[in-house]
Design a protein around this ligand. Structure first.
Ligand code: ZN
Length: 68
């Protein structure tokens, strides 16, 4: 028998060090994952330069990119 505890367990989110481009502007908190950044290395929100840094972010499933 299956006595479901339906809401009991959330999936565990794995955190990974991820390279991101972060906006260099103090007034702007724009950033994007390097994997999803376009060739242009400027902030999509304000046009400032982006600087590369490492953040700890939830891992994205590879299924997301499976068909590109
Ligand atoms: Zn910006």
């Amino acid at each position: 028998m299956y006595f479901g505890k339906k809401n009991a367990e959330e999936p565990v989110v794995e955190m990974v060090d991820t390279v991101v481009y972060s906006c260099e502007s103090e007034a702007c908190n724009g950033w994007m994952r390097k994997d999803f950044a376009s060739a242009e290395n400027t902030c999509p929100m304000c046009g400032s330069n982006l600087v590369e840094e490492v953040r700890e972010l939830p891992k994205i499933s590879n299924e997301y990119n499976a068909y590109r």
